[in-house]
Write a protein of this length. Sequence first.
Length: 87
Amino acid sequence: MTPAERSKKYRQDNPEKWRAMTLAYQKRKYNCECGCVISNQVRSRHKKTKNHMERMALLMKSPPNSDIVVKNNINTISNIHTSTVAV
C-alpha cells in the first residue's frame, strides 16, 4: 500500500480526527519573515500581498544588524497602509 493510499484510507476511516487535525494545523500561527503574524491557512495568499512585498522590500534595503531601522520602516508601512485603508 502506497503512502497516498494509506492516507486516503485513514481519512475515510477517521473523518472526525482528520478534520480536527486539519483545522488545528490551519489555525496554527506563523511568524512571517516580513513581521506579520498570520495563520497557516492564509500563508501562501499572504506572501502574494502588496503589504508583504513592501515590507520585504524595506527589509532587503536595510543595512545588516539594523533592527531599529527595520522596525521603524515596518511601522511606517503599517501607518501608511492603515491610513490609506481608513480613508
